[in-house]
Write a protein that binds this ligand. Structure first.
Ligand code: FES
Length: 99
């Protein structure tokens, strides 16, 4: 559905999305990785259960929230990729993160 259309100066790394290894580049938004990884959504709505995908890509809509490295409700459009990052789609009501 979506693919990268440019070569960036980022380093090629591997992250996982729901346990599936995905190629990514350091510095690219985590939301971009989610958008090109089937099934292309970041979370499900806590009431309706319908899938929600990154939309605004600038921190406004909150439809990109996912669990990143164990931290729930991470706005993935504002988070950048690091090697070995663990990304999980957030389903239903978020879990409370205790620091
Ligand atoms: S895509 Fe809208 S807040 Fe992240």
């Amino acid at each position: 559905m979506l693919r990268r259309i440019y070569d960036s100066p980022g380093e090629n790394v591997t992250v996982t999305v729901d346990g599936v290894a995905v190629e990514a580049e350091t510095g690219e938004p985590v939301a971009a990785v989610i958008l090109r990884s089937e099934p292309h959504y970041a979370r499900t709505h806590p009431v309706s259960g319908r899938p929600r995908a990154p939309y605004c890509m600038m921190g406004v809509c909150f439809d990109c929230m996912a669990m990143v490295d164990g931290v729930p409700s991470t706005q993935t459009c504002l988070a950048t990729v690091r090697d070995g990052m663990v990304i999980e789609r957030q389903r239903g009501v978020r879990k409370v993160h205790r620091a």
